[in-house]
Ligand binder design. Sequence first.
Ligand SMILES: CC(C)(COP(=O)(O)OP(=O)(O)OC[C@H]1O[C@@H](n2cnc3c(N)ncnc32)[C@H](O)[C@@H]1OP(=O)(O)O)[C@@H](O)C(=O)NCCC(=O)NCCS
Length: 279
Amino acid sequence: MRPPPRTTARSAIQPFISRRAFGAVAGARYAFFMLGIGTVARMAKELRRDVAAARDRDPAARAVGPVELVATWPGIQALLAHRVAHALQAADVALIPRAIALVSRGFTGIEIHPAAKIGKGLFIDHGSGVVIGETAEIGDDVTLYQGVTLGGTGFATGKRHPTVQDNVTIGSGAKLLGPITIGHGAKIGANSVVITDVPPNSTVVGNPGHPVRVDGRRPEGPDADWIHLPDPIAEAIQGLASRIGALERAVAELSGEDAGPVAEVRPLRTVKGPNPAGG
Ligand SMILES: CC(C)(COP(=O)(O)OP(=O)(O)OC[C@H]1O[C@@H](n2cnc3c(N)ncnc32)[C@H](O)[C@@H]1OP(=O)(O)O)[C@@H](O)C(=O)NCCC(=O)NCCS
């Protein structure tokens, strides 16, 4: 009679490894089958452009080779994962796109919904804290710094995230909320909160975000200068006060009396403290 086979640590875990390895290979084959060769070739092209974007726009990446960039730049890894997840989502594959997005978020700190539409040459610098919502659309050659949110404003359904056109730069910590359009070539300042459309080729800063440059020039007119708004009531009071002063001087001259000091009109100042209209 043959002795029973000796149980080693390796033989004990062998079936488990085999099943997992088989599952992984089958999953990858299924995914590639669903994607098709054309889609995989397109993703490879997009990856090359993403790597080129990182080398163009990140001074720290200039001397780094493409393989090292793919292996160590979280922005590039998140985009690669998104491009696979997005293609699978478009092929109506269940679960896997979301699983890819979740794993990618764990590794890179960048959360991109698989349905978000992203153009060529996006560069996400550093990455951590970037959130790109389901209905967000990003054009070509856009740059995002860490902490950027392309989010919704509430519980609305349908198109509820921003559309970012080509060549836009969005500074770290900027929050762009709602179905707004960021015009091509615009720059959004770090930590801005943008809730309205942004004109092309403009620079928008602050909370709420407002344009401080349009086509390289300071915007003119009261609608664009949110700080120095005209105050028609103060202007009317000043006009009346100066006319009363002139009348007082004329009366004093006629009556031969001393006109006395002219009434002072103080410029209005911004009221500080709690909002009196608050509940
Ligand atoms: C918005 C930004 C792109 C502007 O660059 P720019 O076109 O060179 O414009 P300027 O520096 O001339 O600034 C224009 C005006 O906006 C103001 N401004 C610029 N950035 C601002 C910001 N983030 N918040 C508030 N005001 C800002 C400037 O003080 C200037 O004001 P002024 O008109 O009174 O002089 C840039 O300041 C910025 O925020 N970049 C993001 C960088 C980043 O996130 N880096 C992270 C690296 S890890």
